[in-house]
Write a protein that binds this ligand. Structure first.
Ligand code: 5AD
Ligand code: SF4
Length: 452
């Protein structure tokens, strides 16, 4: 095992910048990157502000998976123009996937932005900020490939009981609709030795739950060993004493193995939850998406998981309106959704992304028609989710209390091993604890419960 390079923080050398706040968009990988950004900023001597108007530095960690993600970030960046004029010393930094995709445009169109940094440049943010401060000019740094894993950087974690653990970065699948390989680069795995050492030291620091991250966790290790080694990694992580819960995301159906399902079934601390994006139910569309599986194979994986893993929850991502998708193709998606009976589905209308293969495909179906399909899909899935959840009413679950609830009168939010969100009443002192909760009421997206 190679010696880990110690991260050398770049000390803060100005009194004009002291505090920062990070606005995070997008997926869990971005949530981890945000904890690394906070980690390097803290190591450099900055402290985090809880309100935007108290922060000397506003950092955007952006997403570009769909056009709505671009628009949301651009809207918020544009809205800061006046604040920047009013507060000359304010620094604005834009990082993440949208920065990687649109660096030049951001510099040209938003002169009030001081720093643009790419998905591989997190470690340099403190020095880029100092350079912008010194030169009074915008600074932009975008690297094409991974030179060092952001996961090697110090993290300032949101919760002391939970940590993200990226096992791979990037993606090699090149699904025809997807921008991720273009902004996150080629797939690279971190070594098992490094991951096991990280997991052990996280447990020593008091972490009880780890979420493994990768665009396709199931292909973990292919670049290191010539074949995927995810099941073996799970087995070795599950052996770590004191590591109570291990979650992971995202699984790709083409690479999910029986071995992985079997190890999930065998080990208590591997959470019974699979997020397995379906994307579409028509084999013709799956082919054009370059997903490399059929609906029948997908359904066989779900059966395998349900037959082996007690109480497994299966969640998915589904897209409607892919270029060339017909009403008949869409009906196939609905049929697969009815058969698969997902616990939950994240649903999207296809959004063309620059540089992807599908961007050039003919897309004759009107937006209004796609919206009608989308509404039917959501309606169908909502009633399936509700039916799943109603079966849980009256049952007791050991849950991990994650924090304050955002739902009405209920104070706390917790998650079951199968990743179901339960809102219930209790004192803040329960945050970070594991305790039994009884489900009393079911909704499509969450449960209500009470402590026993
Ligand atoms: N348009 C719409 N949805 C997309 N996704 C990825 N790319 C696109 C796109 N171009 C969805 C997929 C993926 C999830 C993270 O986002 O369903 O699984
Ligand atoms: Fe968004 Fe994809 Fe980047 Fe995650 S990896 S932030 S989903 S573009």
């Amino acid at each position: 095992m190679s010696e880990r390079k110690r991260y050398e923080p770049v000390a803060k050398t100005t009194e004009r910048m002291n505090t920062f706040i990070i606005k995070t968009f997008g997926c869990q990988m971005n949530k981890d990157d945000t904890e690394r950004i906070a980690g390097v900023m803290t190591a450099s001597g900055y402290s985090s502000a809880s309100e935007t108007d108290e922060a000397d530095i506003i950092i955007f960690n952006t997403c570009c998976v769909r056009k709505t993600a671009d628009d949301r970030a651009y809207g918020q960046i544009a809205a800061l123009k006046q604040e920047k004029e009013a507060r000359g010393a304010l620094k604005i930094a834009v990082g993440g996937c949208l920065a990687q995709k649109d660096a030049e445009d951001i510099i040209n169109e938003f002169p009030h932005v001081d720093v643009v940094f790419g998905t591989h440049n997190v470690a340099h943010l403190p020095s880029l900020l100092l350079e912008a401060e010194r030169t009074k000019k915008p600074v932009c740094e975008i690297l094409d490939g991974t030179v060092e894993f952001a996961a090697e950087l110090p993290a300032k974690r949101l919760h002391d009981w939970h940590a993200w653990l990226p096992i791979t970065v990037g993606c090699d699948n090149f699904c025809s609709y997807c921008i991720v390989p273009h902004v996150r680069g080629r797939e690279k795995s971190r070594t098992p030795e490094r991951l096991l050492a990280d997991a052990r030291s996280l447990v020593e620091e008091g972490v009880r739950e780890i979420t493994l991250l990768g665009q396709n966790v199931n292909s973990y290790g292919r670049d290191l060993f010539g074949q995927p080694a995810f099941a073996d990694l799970l087995r070795r992580l599950a052996d770590i004493p004191g590591l109570e819960r291990i979650r992971f995301t995202t699984s790709h159906p083409k690479d999910l193995t029986r071995e992985t399902v079997e190890i999930m079934a065998a080990r208590e601390n591997l959470c019974p939850h699979l997020h397995l994006p379906l994307q579409a139910g028509s084999d013709r569309i799956l082919g054009k998406m370059r997903r490399r599986y059929t609906a029948a194979h997908y359904l066989s994986l779900i059966r395998l998981a349900r037959e082996n893993i007690p109480d497994v929850a299966i969640t998915t991502d589904i897209m409607v309106g892919f270029p060339g998708e017909t009403k008949a193709d869409f009906e196939r998606t609905l049929a697969v959704v009815e058969e698969a009976r997902f616990d939950q589905a994240y649903t999207f209308i296809y959004s063309p992304r620059p540089g992807t293969a599908a961007e050039k495909y003919a897309d004759p179906v009107e937006r209004a028609e796609k919206q009608r399909w989308f509404a039917r899909l959501v309606e169908s899935q909502n009633s399936i989710s509700l039916a799943h959840h109603q079966e849980l009413v009256g049952r007791d679950f050991a849950v991990f209390v994650e924090g304050r609830s955002k739902k009405g009168a209920h104070r706390l939010a917790a998650r079951t091993g199968s990743n179901k969100l339960i809102h219930f009443n209790g004192p803040d002192s329960l945050i970070g604890q594991e305790l039994p909760v009884r489900v009393t009421e079911a909704f499509s997206w969450f449960l209500i419960g009470e402590t026993i």
